[in-house]
Design a protein around this ligand. Structure first.
Ligand code: FAD
Ligand code: NDP
Length: 434
């Protein structure tokens, strides 16, 4: 049993949706393209899962956030795919791939062949078991990667109003979920190993602003320690059922926190396993060139799973953010369909988050010396990073659309900075003036 397509997108997340739109813009014939996804729904904007989806009032639900609404483009519903002759093979896991034969084998036993493959398999959430802690199967321990996870988290939140939640991890999932839990009237303790939240991006000074804000909303921070084990509700212990529930967490520092709900956000691993031994990997992802093409010329990789050359910094990086997924996907399609017209991918890293009334954007790289500006006790402030005499990164909280555009534009130019104190004095005025 088998089907053949000219183009196959493996994975049905953010990158797949944006690639599909680009295929139709550049011209693809009915029946030429298919998307295979383990998820049972058409591609959607994953960032909604930790934001609008978790709101207690008027929460975001599909079909409202199918791609590509996040970039103010068309909303691609299942009907749209049908009308454009794009085959959506949903609820289907690919269990093996053979890049020499150009075939994929699904868990249902179907062989799907391609001329061009775009790998858009994203990543999976790291499990506590990978750090030696068991209990992830408990009914009130939640991860957040896909729609099924988010739906489960909403169910558990609804039965935990007024109760206690422990959030494990101080990264993106931890910060965004903690804010959503507070909005759902649940008491939150955040536990993470670092000295401050968002350790890989924020400096201590930036982090302290957000931590103070969270504390003003009642969030309790437990830093510099990790989970050692769960306490289980008595019936769980007796039944030893898969669906037992936890009643609290024991931490390595010896303390105990009661919990009606635990959210775990301790990082991800890219889904590369189908291609290990077949394609070159680097930095945990599938290594691609400036055309998003892997070590096999018929195979492209985009989004979280791809390690691509970030031209502006002259090195290969793997990024785990939605803007990179959208843009790398579009670029790969362009490189496949219009190879002559498509230049090397030239991407400026862009990350953002929105929690409570706060909203920040970051462009570039957070290396070198941080130069701060604005009012850190107010609503708008930021930082530049200056490395080897050049401005290489910019962070802004509470900016206007024009100000965000200005920091992006100037960061891309990597201007020479001779005097750090002058940059500090000019603050946001520096980018607005350029
Ligand atoms: P994904 O969107 O993860 O899609 C991968 C798809 O591949 C999935 O549908 C998966 O089921 C499928 N798949 C994997 N393996 C197989 C297989 N073997 N067979 C079939 N299908 C398979 N980034 C930001 O910049 N800003 C944000 O605010 C933000 N919020 C986020 C909130 C949450 C809760 C999460 C989880 C991520 C968030 N991100 C955010 C990150 C962003 O969503 C990702 O960078 C983006 O989704 C990556 O897109 P992708 O297409 O590479 O992977
Ligand atoms: P992150 O990598 O952002 O953060 C993981 C955090 O967990 C880090 O602080 C990490 O510390 C910590 N950690 C690691 N191991 C443990 C442990 N055993 N116990 C406690 N803490 C631990 O991953 P997330 O899970 O938060 O996010 C998953 C993915 O979703 C990421 O790709 C992220 O980009 C994406 N996402 C992006 C959003 C956005 O861009 N706005 C919003 C939501 C998700 P350390 O650094 O020391 O390893």
């Amino acid at each position: 049993m088998g089907r053949a397509f000219v183009y196959v997108i493996l994975g049905g997340g953010v990158a797949a949706g944006y690639a599909a739109l680009e295929f139709t813009k550049k011209g693809v014939s009915h029946g030429e393209l298919c998307i295979i996804s383990e998820e049972p729904v058409a591609p959607y904007e994953r960032p909604a899962l930790s934001k609008g989806f978790l709101l207690p009032e008027a929460p975001a639900r599909l079909p409202a956030f199918h791609t590509c609404v996040g970039a103010n483009e068309e909303r691609l519903t299942p009907k749209w795919y049908k009308e454009h002759g794009i085959e959506l093979i949903l609820g289907t896991r690919v269990k093996s791939a053979d890049v020499r034969r150009k075939t994929l084998l699904t868990a249902a036993g179907e062989t799907i062949s391609y001329k061009f493959l775009i790998i858009a398999t994203g990543a999976r959430a790291l499990k506590l078991e990978e750090f030696g802690v068991s209990g992830s199967d408990a009914e009130n321990v939640c991860y957040l990667r896909d729609l099924a996870d988010a739906t489960r988290l909403v169910d558990v939140m609804q039965t935990s109003t007024g109760g206690n939640a422990v959030v494990i991890g101080g990264g993106y999932v931890g910060m965004e979920c903690a804010a959503s839990l507070v909005i759902n009237k649940i008491n939150v303790s955040m536990v993470f190993p670092e000295a401050h939240c968002m350790g890989r991006l924020f400096t201590p000074k930036i982090a302290s602003h957000y931590e103070e804000f969270y504390k003003s909303k009642g969030v309790n921070f437990v830093k510099g320690t990790v989970l050692s084990s769960f306490a289980f509700n008595p019936e769980g212990k007796v039944n030893f059922s898969l669906f037992c529930s936890v009643s609290g967490v024991y931490l390595k520092d010896g303390s105990y926190l009661p919990a009606d709900l635990v959210v775990v956000g301790i990082g991800i691993r890219p889904n590369t396993s189908l291609f290990e031994g077949q394609l070159t990997l680097e930095k945990g992802g599938i290594k691609v060139n400036g055309r998003l093409q892997s070590s096999n010329s018929s195979v492209y990789a985009v989004g979280d799973v791809a390690s691509f050359p970030v031209k502006i910094f002259g090195e290969i990086r793997r990024l785990e953010h939605v803007d990179a997924a959208r843009k790398s996907a579009r670029h790969a399609v362009s490189a496949i369909l219009e190879p002559e017209k498509t230049p090397e991918f030239d991407y400026l890293p862009f990350f953002y988050s929105r929690v409570f009334s706060l909203s920040w954007q970051f462009y570039g790289d957070n290396v070198g010396e941080a130069v701060y500006f604005g009012d850190f006790s107010g609503t708008s402030f930021g930082a530049y990073w200056v490395n080897k005499g050049h401005l290489v990164g910019s962070f802004l909280e509470g900016g206007s659309k024009e100000e965000y555009e200005a920091i992006a534009k100037v960061t891309r130019l990597k201007p020479v900075i001779e005097d750090l104190s002058e940059l500090e004095r000019q603050g946001l005025g520096f980018v607005v003036a350029l």
